[in-house]
Design a protein around this ligand. Sequence first.
Ligand code: URA
Length: 297
Amino acid sequence: MNAELRQHAARYVELLRRHGKKEAWLPTGLARRLPSASTSATPAPLSSPTTRTTKSEPPSALRSAPPIPSPKPKNDFDLNSILKDVSGSKADKLAALRKKTDVCKICAHLAKSRTQVVFGVGDPEAKLMFVGEAPGAEEDKQGEPFVGLAGKLLTKMITAMELTREQVYIANVLKCRPDMPANTSGNRKPTRTEMDTCLPYLRAQVAIIAPTVIVALGSTAVEGLFGPQKTTISRLRGTWMELDGVPVRPTFHPSYLLHNQDLALKRLVWTDLMAAMEKLSLPISEKQRGYFLKPTA
Ligand code: URA
């Protein structure tokens, strides 16, 4: 088997891994001959002509394939130069930052697959900022975060706070839609590398806007902001974290709420939003305090 074919196979396996796949179909001989097979644990027996491994254990091909040495993406953009060189309002600074992100090609695969960069939307002077994980298909199309189904729910949540989308700022950890294999629908979780690469842009947005509170939507957003966590979003919500001196309230992602129409879950998210409102010294009416409580008999 020639080296080029082995390289292609290894790249294919790496792509699957990046897309969160734990299973692979590979011709037996090929799986055994991926470059690092000899360095890993004993490959699981593979049957011809193709082999599917079980869900509980990573397939030998996935275990044995080496990570493809991709150049470590480097976001060497200098926040200070943006803040220093651009005089004027927060809006001017955000516009200057946006110019940079619009042409960003550090993640070459995302630059190739995206329709456009989804920078963020809202009031540059906002006191409240929402941070999600990454644009989905609709956001990629429209160039605005949270405009799909989850976005509509987020808008309702903002309305329940008696605010509008125009009064807050909404952004994602990742500014490009995570690419998907051809002819597949749905979304994939951004990789650690993608989030690390893009995070400086979000931190620059935070530095410019200087919100009083950030609400982090979902475990991936939390992971993007703070790195892998030892605990779950269920345990993190209800607490305060901190990013560059700004209090961050983790809560469940709106799409999780869409899939779990549970009153108690809605109440937990609402409790987090009320905590954010309290930090912002926003008035909370009695009616608002009672949202999503079980009706008393
Ligand atoms: N989910 C996110 O995390 N961000 C979006 O912009 C849309 C859906």
